[in-house]
Design a protein around this ligand. Structure first.
Ligand code: SAM
Length: 279
C-alpha cells in the first residue's frame, strides 16, 4: 500500500524525531499540505512509466506523492540527515536516494535514467539547478518545479517583458516553459516570506545547430548591461563596437535593439554570425 501523504502534524513530528531544525541556507521550507502535493503531481503530467528526479526531497512530502505516480523516483538531497531518513518515510522499493549536491550530479549517477524533473527546489540555487540538470540529463523530457514566484515569472517571461532576462533565454534554449500556478506561503513549514510559483516545461529541439555555450556567452554579455544597445553591450564580447555592429547586421538584428527584445533564435543568429566570420 502507498505511504500516506504528510500533513502539518506529521511534518512537525518527523522533524522533531530526526532532530531537524530547518536551515535557511539550504532553503529548507517543507510542504505540509497534501492538497498542494496532489496539485503538483497532477500538474507535472507524469505517466506511470516515467522516472522522476526530485531535487531536495527534504522530509519526503513530495517524494511520497511521486512514488505513487511513477515507476522510479531518484531523490537528490544535500543534507545527510534528511537523505539518511528518507527511506523510513518513503518505504517504496522504487526509490533511490542520492546524498549529493544537485549542482554536481551527472547522468551516470542515475539508473534508470530520469525522464521528468519534479521538485520543490531550494530557492537560492533553483535556476542553476534546472539549467544544470537539463544540460546533464538529455533523457529529461520535461518537468514541473516550484520556485520563488518572482523567479517563476522570470523563467517563463518572453521578449519585451520587464522580467525577461538570462534565466528566461537559457531555459528557452532547452524547453518550452509556462506558468502553472501560484502557491501561498501557508503550505510550508517554516512559513517563507515570499509566494511560490510553479513552472512546467517540456524539452524542445535546440533552436540552433551550435554549441549552447557560444549562445549563452552572447546572452550573458547582452544582459550584463541591459540598458545599453546591443552594439554597446556586445562590444566586449565581440572585440569592439564596430565588430559587434557588423555581427548584429549579419544576424539581421538591429544594433540599436536591446537584449530584452530578442528571442533565443536571434541570440543563436548572433552567435552563428560570429562563428561564420571569425574576427
Ligand atoms: N521537497 C521538500 C518539500 O517540498 O517539503 C523540501 C523542499 S525544500 C524547499 C529544499 C530541499 O532541498 C531541502 O531539503 C534542502 O536540504 C535541499 N537542498 C538544498 N540545496 C540542495 C542542493 N544543492 N542539492 C540537493 N538538495 C539541496
Amino acid at each position: 500500500m502507498a505511504d500516506a501523504l504528510l500533513g502539518p502534524a506529521e511534518i512537525r513530528e518527523l522533524a522533531a524525531r530526526l532532530g531537524v531544525a530547518p536551515t535557511k541556507k539550504l532553503g529548507q521550507n517543507f510542504l505540509h499540505d497534501p492538497n498542494t502535493i496532489r496539485r503538483i503531481v497532477a500538474a507535472a503530467g507524469l505517466v506511470p512509466d516515467d522516472v522522476a528526479l526530485e531535487v531536495g526531497p527534504g522530509l519526503g512530502s513530495l517524494t511520497l506523492g511521486l512514488a505513487g505516480a511513477v515507476r522510479h523516483v531518484h531523490a537528490v538531497e544535500i543534507d545527510p540527515r534528511l537523505a539518511a531518513a528518507l527511506p523510513e518515510t518513503v518505504t517504496a522499493a522504487h526509490l533511490s536516494v542520492h546524498n549529493a549536491d544537485a549542482l554536481h550530479v551527472r547522468g551516470a549517477d542515475f539508473d534508470p535514467a530520469p525522464t521528468m524533473l519534479v521538485a520543490n527546489l531550494p530557492y537560492n540555487v533553483a535556476v542553476p539547478v534546472v539549467l544544470h540538470l537539463l544540460a546533464e540529463l538529455p533523457t529529461l523530457r520535461g518537468g514541473l518545479v516550484m520556485v520563488q514566484k518572482e523567479v517563476a515569472d522570470r523563467l517563463v517571461a518572453g521578449p519585451g517583458s520587464k522580467v525577461y532576462g538570462v534565466p528566461s533565454v537559457k531555459l528557452a534554449w532547452y524547453a518550452d516553459a509556462r506558468a502553472a500556478g501560484k502557491v501561498p506561503p501557508a503550505v510550508f513549514w517554516p512559513v517563507p516570506n515570499v509566494d511560490s510559483g510553479l513552472v512546467a516545461f517540456t524539452r524542445r529541439t535546440p533552436p540552433g545547430d551550435i554549441d549552447r555555450r557560444d549562445v549563452f556567452a552572447v546572452v550573458d554579455a547582452a544582459f550584463a548591461q541591459r540598458r545599453k544597445t546591443l552594439r554597446a553591450a556586445l562590444a566586449g564580447w565581440a572585440g569592439g563596437a564596430a565588430r559587434a555592429e557588423e555581427l548584429l547586421v549579419a544576424a539581421g538584428v538591429s544594433p540599436q535593439a536591446r537584449g530584452e527584445s530578442l528571442t533565443v533564435e536571434q541570440f543563436v543568429a548572433i552567435a552563428a554570425a560570429a562563428k561564420l566570420s571569425p574576427g
